[in-house]
Design a protein around this ligand. Structure first.
Ligand SMILES: Cc1ncc(COP(=O)(O)O)c(C=O)c1O
Length: 408
């Protein structure tokens, strides 16, 4: 018997995380002694703030080391309830709130809880590569809706209406978006919501994990607040990973219609039981902190974003829009395609470009095709300024070393 005949079909047909694959390759090169700068990761280089770490230590010392309620401790859910009320103008009862081991687990469970074979999930792309994989793992069909650069990488109401059919179950809206940094305005959200009012079978997942990482004082409106008419079919997902530099703690939370949250709790009760009690204590502390840390983060990230964008605009063959949220620049590298490296290799695809930058410039980025938009690559500015500066210098040298196709 081979291992493949032992493994389930759902595993054999799933794709591993493209972002993690690049990061792994970068690590292998680093282990060989190469000075690789990783701009492929989905996390910030900041440490989790000290008071949050302290709260976790205290929780351990005070014996908060036992099982909690499946949906998360009542105290933490109250803090989540207060967050939604005070920051987003959304009112939920405690039974409409769940805490889980990361926003990712909530997404995974939401698809497991709602999709039957053939059910479709509309995913505007470029998008986080995990979305379609999670849909497939739940026997659903991801419908990828490409949103080009001219549309600001955003879904239009016309595109949405044209994509809906009888099998459509969810629209997945990530705002602000990974990898494009696009941020939907309140009126853009309303326009999408108005389309959905004609299709009562379609529900909305609003993945708002990057809510607090926005630039230039751009306002943020939660989808459920922009379109209250749809609140009975909207699952709002958020978490601590990005804004509080807490990726490793694995805490996310969501709010939505009570029957759906009940279904998510059922799945959670038969899988992980609940998020770690220590991480829940840390999350409670994070939700009670003033936003000083986030404000400082955004100030620092604005510097990094501006440096990355200014550098890209000066590199021949590269261009980008100025991202309004998250911490990624989605770089257009279409003009590099067809160019030839000093070693005589033609760069035919965005994967070739990413590999060239890794091997020639010692900089790891993620090719756009991983996000369903070829001809681009994603660069994360989660790294400190000096590293980012050096990475941009190296990318510039590597791009300047290319020769137009046909000249060699
Ligand atoms: C769009 C998006 N949603 C969700 C997540 C997962 O967040 P968490 O760490 O809370 O699972 C990520 C992480 O990269 C993300 O980019």
């Amino acid at each position: 018997m081979t291992i493949n005949s032992f493994l389930a079909r759902r595993v054999l047909t799933a794709n591993p995380s493209a972002t993690k694959a690049v990061t792994l390759k970068a690590k292998q090169l680093r282990d060989q002694g190469r000075d690789i700068i990783t701009l492929s990761q989905g996390e910030l280089d900041f440490d989790t703030p000290q008071p949050i770490r302290e709260a976790a230590r205290t929780a351990m010392d005070q014996g908060q080391t036992r099982y909690t309620e499946v949906a998360g401790s009542a105290e933490l859910r109250q803090a989540v309830q207060h967050k939604f009320q005070s920051e987003n103008g959304l009112n939920y009862s405690l039974d409409q709130i769940q805490v889980a081991s990361g926003a990712k687990q909530i997404l995974f469970n939401a698809f497991q809880a709602t999709l039957n074979e053939g059910d479709e999930v509309l995913i505007p792309t470029p998008s986080w590569p995990s979305y379609p994989e999670m849909v497939r793992l739940a026997s659903g069909e991801p419908r990828l809706l490409r949103c080009g650069e001219n549309a600001g990488f955003k879904l239009t109401p016309e595109q949405l209406r044209a994509a809906i059919n009888d099998n459509t179950k969810w629209l997945l809206l990530n705002n602000p978006a990974n990898p494009s940094g696009a941020l939907y305005t309140q009126s853009e959200l309303r326009a999408l919501g108005e389309v959905l009012q004609d299709y009562p079978q379609v529900w909305v997942i609003a993945d708002e994990i990057y809510e607090h990482l926005r630039y230039d004082d751009q306002p943020f409106t939660s989808f459920a607040a922009a379109v209250p008419e749809l609140s009975e079919r909207t699952l709002t997902i958020n978490g601590l990973s990005k804004a509080w530099a807490m990726t490793g703690w694995r805490v996310g939370y969501c709010a939505g219609p009570e029957p759906l949250i009940k279904a998510l709790n059922l799945l959670q009760s038969q899988s992980t039981s609940h998020a770690s009690s220590i991480s829940q204590a840390a999350a409670l502390s994070a939700l009670k902190q003033p936003h000083t840390f986030i404000t400082e983060c955004v100030t620092e990230l604005t510097r990094r974003r501006d440096l990355a964008v200014a550098s890209i605009q000066q590199i021949p063959g590269l261009s980008c829009r100025v991202p309004q949220g998250a911490f990624y620049v989605f770089v257009n590298c279409q003009s590099l395609l067809g160019q030839v490296t000093a070693a005589g290799q033609t760069l035919d695809t965005d994967q070739d470009v990413a590999l060239y930058l890794l091997e020639e410039a010692d900089v790891a980025v993620v090719p756009g095709s991983a996000f369903d938009l070829p001809g681009y690559f994603r660069l994360s500015y989660g790294n400190a300024l000096p590293q980012l500066e050096e990475a941009m210098r190296r990318i510039s040298v590597a791009c300047n070393n290319l020769v137009a196709g046909g000249n060699v």
